[in-house]
Design a protein around this ligand. Structure first.
Ligand SMILES: NC(=O)c1ccc[n+]([C@@H]2O[C@H](COP(=O)([O-])OP(=O)(O)OC[C@H]3O[C@@H](n4cnc5c(N)ncnc54)[C@H](O)[C@@H]3O)[C@@H](O)[C@H]2O)c1
Length: 379
């Protein structure tokens, strides 16, 4: 039986569209057809580069030969573009965050469910072999019951590499909304939902100087959202975890994620990559390092920048395409993205009020993506 390919139209043809389009030919169940952007010139350039049809945004969303809208616009446009796509009867896969607010994210999830449409969301890095190995080790009780943990996303911001970084420093951006999804989605996939959040926040600078090459180089961007946040997360499982997210840090020595359980400890690589080394210690023995580079989606593959990266963005969308054929939920689901959005919003609110925020609603962990299933997604 030949499987029908999910016909995809991209809305938003900026930086990240390059990565999706570069990876798309790896996957058998999807076909990139068309692209659109409010900036027509940008969509025409992308269309020429990848042999797509350049369309107006409204036309792409309405097109009868498009099954899914891949929303790669800036965060402030996520809700509007995704909702219009759902209203037009399209499945949606969106870049993170699901929406600018949890209220908007809930409306998207509810409307997609009402219309019987799938909604999936980035990040899908947790489907990489590092995240899946860590999940397996937890599931086989390698470290016992996780008790405490740490997660740190510390860097010096985005203005040195992104040519148009203003949106990162406005509400909806900031290190928690922008980078939090990688850490929190990974943690929710490992541990399950978060039930309570406490936090503090500050900003290191009121303006940021753009040093990335491009037309904005040398200009300043106003900071309208905290750029350093420390939070305490209580998971429904009982795990307590410190999560630090900052764009005010020049250098540090903290591990991206560590979990400590009744029998041992587990260390994960940067959750913004698919591969890397997972380390495990049994009752305090020296770390046993397991390199996941030879597993599906584990090999470095991204030559443009960060050559150390396994960057297979598209796995989540390919799994969503398979989920439609198999009549199951996508692993990188809107439900998980909504839970993560609620946690991120709670971190920001708790930091403002100084009062702990309860997270309303639970979410199930996605089924593991076995190596066999991962291989099946490939063309
Ligand atoms: N750049 C990265 O490395 C990266 C990595 C992971 C995730 N993301 C996420 O991907 C998304 C896009 O980021 P980017 O870096 O590609 O941004 P970008 O600014 O390079 O591109 C966004 C594009 O969306 C277009 N756009 C904005 N509003 C629109 C609308 N209403 N309708 C149609 N087009 C619209 C813009 O004209 C622009 O071309 C963001 O949510 C970001 O968090 C980016």
């Amino acid at each position: 039986m030949t499987k029908a390919r999910l016909r995809v139209g991209i809305v938003g043809c900026g930086s990240i569209s390059l990565q999706y389009l570069h990876n798309a030919p790896l996957f058998g169940g999807v076909e990139m057809r068309a692209c659109a952007d409010i900036n027509r010139e940008v969509s025409v350039r992308r269309a020429e580069q990848f042999r797509l049809k350049a369309m107006d945004v409204d036309d792409l969303i309405a097109a009868p030969d498009i099954d899914l809208v891949l929303n790669l616009t800036v965060p402030s446009a996520h809700f509007d573009v995704s909702m219009r796509a759902i209203e037009a009867g399209k499945h949606v896969f969106t870049e993170k965050p699901l929406a600018a607010t949890a209220a908007e994210g809930s409306r998207l999830a509810a409307r997609a469910a009402e219309r019987g449409l799938a909604i999936g969301a980035a990040p899908d890095t947790f489907l990489g072999p590092a995240g899946q190995l860590a999940r397996h080790l937890l599931d086989i009780d390698a470290i016992g019951q996780p008790i405490i943990g740490t997660a740190f996303m510390l860097s010096h911001g985005m203005e040195h590499w992104h040519p148009d970084p203003a949106f990162y420093f406005q509400p909806g951006g900031g290190p928690v909304m922008d980078m939090g999804p990688y850490y929190l989605t990974m943690l929710v996939n490992l541990i399950g939902p978060v039930r309570r959040v406490q936090a503090v926040a500050t900003s290191g600078q009121s303006e940021r100087l753009v040093t990335a090459e491009g037309p904005r180089k040398g200009t300043k961007v106003k900071v309208g959202t905290p750029t350093s946040l420390l939070s305490l997360l209580e998971f429904s499982s009982g795990l307590q975890l410190t999560f630090g997210a900052s764009w005010d840090v020049h250098r540090h020595s903290n591990q991206p994620i560590e979990l400590h359980g009744t029998k041992g400890s587990l260390r994960l690589p940067d959750p913004d990559t698919f591969g890397g080394v997972v380390s495990v210690s049994d009752h305090g023995t020296p770390w046993q390092d397991i390199d996941t580079g030879d597993r599906p989606f584990g090999a470095p593959n991204w030559p443009v920048k960060s050559p150390d990266r396994a960057n297979y963005r598209m796995v989540g969308l390919a799994d969503l395409a398979a989920s439609l054929v198999e009549a199951r939920k996508p692993r990188a689901s809107g439900d998980v993205a909504l839970h993560v959005l609620k946690v991120m919003e709670a971190i920001l609110v708790a930091a403002r009020t100084g009062v702990a925020e309860a997270i309303v609603g639970e979410v199930d962990r996605a089924a593991p993506l076995t190596e066999e299933r991962a291989r099946k997604l490939l063309a």
